[in-house]
Design a protein around this ligand. Sequence first.
Ligand code: ZN
Length: 193
Amino acid sequence: MAILQVIKYGHPTLRKVAEPYTKDELDDKFIEDMLETMYKEDGVGLAATQVNVQKQMLVCSDRENEYILFNPKIIATSEQRKFEFEGCLSLPGLQASVPRFEKVIVTARDINWDEIEIKVKGLLAVVLQHEIDHLNGILYIDRADINTLTWTDSPVVDEQLRQKQTTLEEVQRIFTKKYHAKSDNLAFDKIST
Ligand code: ZN
């Protein structure tokens, strides 16, 4: 097993729509690596696009349930939306308040390639909306109340910035320097296809 490298905001893969997964692409090692990476990074969800694999696959867990889903789609939602703070392994050290549906119904293929339908609410509903967005090149900052975008008190954040409100412009400047110093191919905005 291996810990995969999680790509950061600015990497173009995060802004692309992932390709559907096919049954012959099922790969036990990749699934194990995705799970191990999610748990190691203390995440509750991880989309394949976040490890630079442009395929519709995600893992998520609320510690009681663990899901490994291929080609997941939201087919129904509650009417009600709720704002809650979210973070993302691809945007380390940041959080913002995001409106999400309280309940969702998702269809997908599982590891046996059976079609499944899951109904979730609460944390898992939020995580699934967040991860399925990733597979469509959407990040939580696209949906967030951007006035709530703040640096956390995580050690990845420079001390003088911690818990301060920020803007996307500042985040882009800091991320370019910190994570993409050697890259000249960056994409902060959604890529329209
Ligand atoms: Zn994320």
